[in-house]
Design a protein. Sequence first.
Length: 375
Amino acid sequence: MKLFDVYSLYDIEPVYGKGNYVYTEDGTEYLDLYGGHAVISVGHAHPHYVKAVSEQVAKLGFYSNSVENSLQEKFAEMLGKASGYEDYSLFLCNSGAEANENAIKLASFHSGKAKVLAFEKAFHGRTSGAVAATDNPKIVAPFNRTENVEFAPLNDIEAVKAKLATGEFCAVLIEGIQGVAGIYCPDDTFLQQLSEVTKEYGVSLILDEIQSGYGRTGDFFAHQHAGIRPDIITSAKGIANGFPMGAVLVAPHFEAKKGMLGTTFGGNHLACAAGIAVLEIFEHENLVENAREIGAYLIEELQKIPQLKEVRGRGLMIGMEIEGSASELRLKLLKEYHIFTGGAGATTVRLLPALTVTRKEADKFLAAFKELLNK
Ligand SMILES: Cc1ncc(COP(=O)(O)O)c(C=O)c1O
């Protein structure tokens, strides 16, 4: 059987990793500033993570959601504390898209309404509702097209008000920072207005923190910079350092009913053990603080590079607007300097390293990047 050919691949196969580096079979080392697409949060093969996951799989890897699972309770308690959302409740699933599907469903059940307002250039995943709320017609199949999703320009509160005034919307769905679009931050004032306006119209505010959350920006969630408290928050990617896991954080005013949401794999023992290990490492190693410090340093240094047209982002979620092709530049960084980075659109290079990235590694990247831009 062949693989269904949907990905453009680099001709490099990392077979093991350590910290912020990955290695090919012959031992060639690559600095990983992409984190496997913002997924590696505590570095590759972190000893505490490896131990926790190995011990759990040897004990009990999986049982269904029909029995008690104290690992879920422990994870929920730790996540509540780490994020500052102790009064919210937690629904566990398996991916970012699934988290958004459940968030939308919840808002729709809650209000009895069907429409979702998303934003231009948004990316929320590839499943039915999530892809409908994604502003990229190329990945929306005819089956997924729906009048239940409308888009407004980012940072335009009047456009949002005009839509919500129709009374048809159950939710406004917004990324903490638009990632796939190329790292675009909603203004803090816009998020504050959004919080007020959604309350005024009785619409749920859903913050998609799948890429921008989990400590990456130097606060636990990116929206916390704006001091707002959304009704629903979705999370995935870095939550279990590569073990598939998604989460929906739900404000206290939502009423849970048996059977309203569900999943076979969500919140399984292995996922919870991985998620708990990640939060323990966050705490022991002050990783959210590290993300803030190294992120600020990288952004400051990148802003000094005259060849860059713009540097956007917060913490360790950084977009650099370059002259010319981002994919060509990234390929050179990979082949000539052995550094993995991410892309977004034709001219943006994205950095999404693990929260463990060090000043030394940041400097290694900056030196290589400057040298390459000066060639
Ligand atoms: C903001 C955002 N939402 C949702 C998703 C979808 O997550 P997943 O690929 O885990 O379904 C992504 C993935 O890149 C994302 O960046």
